[in-house]
Design a protein around this ligand. Sequence first.
Ligand code: ADP
Length: 595
Amino acid sequence: MERSGLARLGPALLLALLLSLTAVATYAAARRVHDGDRDQLTSDTHAAVTAIDRRLEDYGQVLRGAAGLYVASKDVSYKEFHDFFADQAVIQRFPGVQVVGFASYVPRAGLPAYARRVQREAARSGLDYPPFRIHPKLRPDAQEALVIDHMEPPPGNSAAFGLDFFSESNRRRAALLARRTGRPAATAPIGLVQARGSSLGFDIMVPVYGGPPSQTGAPRPWAGVVYAAFRTDNLLRGVLGMPGPDTDLEVYDLGPAATVPPDASLTNAAIAFDLRPGRANRSRNADHTRVETLEVAGRRWAVAFTRTSSTLSTSERAGPWVIAVAGILVSLLAAALLSALSTSRARAVRLAERMTGELREREEQLRRSNEELEHFAYLASHDLQEPLRTITSYVGLLESRVGDQLDERARGWLRFVSDGAGRMSQLITDLLEYSRTGRAGTETSTIELNEAWDHAVANLQHAIADAGATVTRGELPAVRARPRDMTSMLQNLIGNGLKYRGEAAPRVAARARHRDGRWEIAVSDNGIGIEPRFHDRVFGLFQRLHTAEEYPGTGMGLAIVKKIVESNGGNVRVESVPGEGATFLVTLPPPEDDA
Ligand code: ADP
């Protein structure tokens, strides 16, 4: 019951184990996919940031080059300015640049003379500059202005010509930062009013310090800024191209790099660029979005890169599913197999148990019927003795009382009756002994074979003397056997040795040796011997090789020997060459102590 319970539990346990393994493997594979996506996102974000950074660095180089013009000469002519940018093909080569130009720093007092000079030189340049006018009008308290007086290209940018950067706080801040640091400075995002809708832009300004270096080592005076105005979406689309539909990108201006740390949050940041304006923030979450910051001309920008679907191949993404489905299938299959196996095993065990049971029952039946048979034989032979004794005694009476009145023939008949009765009596005695041999109830004990042999010889002393035989023994061991059995066995063997004698006087001898943990006792004689083909047959019941006239006997002696030996846990065989005597070899277990 318990075993079959376990057998039922086995497949369930196996199933649970395999399913857990499948779950772990699926989870690991899903993690790998997730990590793969995350790493891809991180590297794509970094690539985008690097591309933006490089492009702005290139633009910065061009502007610094333009600033270099002003270091060489105090006044850069309109033609020189135009040629410089035309040579570089800035507008064509650098998408997103709306206009590049120069804004001069002019103290209030110098403004009228300055305006006249610009008007004159711009008109003379032949470069399509509009009439020069400083705008918006300076506030009464303003002491200085930063006025755009060079532009490239002039057509289409007429609104910028004469614009005072100081009039607007965002640009003023960037200009003063550039002036103070001597490095390029960007503005915060600026709303641009375009022909088609509105968009965002920003300016980068590079400071220019004019005039020859002073003899006293004092810094050269600030002349103004070379600047470029960018349209952010054109700039960034030029850098990034058009990413796939599952990618979103936003750029934020976090503030001045000097005061805003690189890990500042996006919460209060100003948007500078939105790749997909309709979709802003919709799918941004920690798993799908990476934010990386960069420094752009003194300002801190943040790039938020979002990917809404996996970039891994279909087969890579299917990995966890394949593992899960295959794992579940294999688990079910293995559990089903085990279940089938244990069911058939249990069935086989039940069958074997039933067969063993039946076998035991048969054995028991056989044993009982054997016992009954032997009991019957015992009773029958016992009861036969009685009438036989009657016959023998009356034949004896007949012979002694009326023997001499009978003729020779009748006396011969009486002898036949008496001989027959004698043989029958011997047969019954042997049968009784045979059926008694090995019957349950008598325990085995340690039997000294020396003593058993001597008993047997004593019992046979007349026969030995009559035959003129020599009967000897070597030292015989003790064995484990039933009392009386050993004497009876040895008596049978010695008796046969006397009976089946040849011409010479019989010699019967016994010796023993230890063999494979048992004792082997050899009883040999110098008689007529037995042909090898009869070596097995002589141990059978009623098996004789001679007639009663040649050698008297019942054919039961060796059968009794065999039964005795086997019922004591041993075995017997004969070795013989006809005419050269016979040796009976009996193997018996040693006593308990020797075992
Ligand atoms: P029995 O002696 O009563 O005939 P046994 O069973 O003792 O019956 O012997 C069976 C047969 O084996 C005998 O008839 C005889 O032919 C043969 N036999 C037994 N013992 C010997 C022996 N020692 N030498 C030769 N033949 C033997």
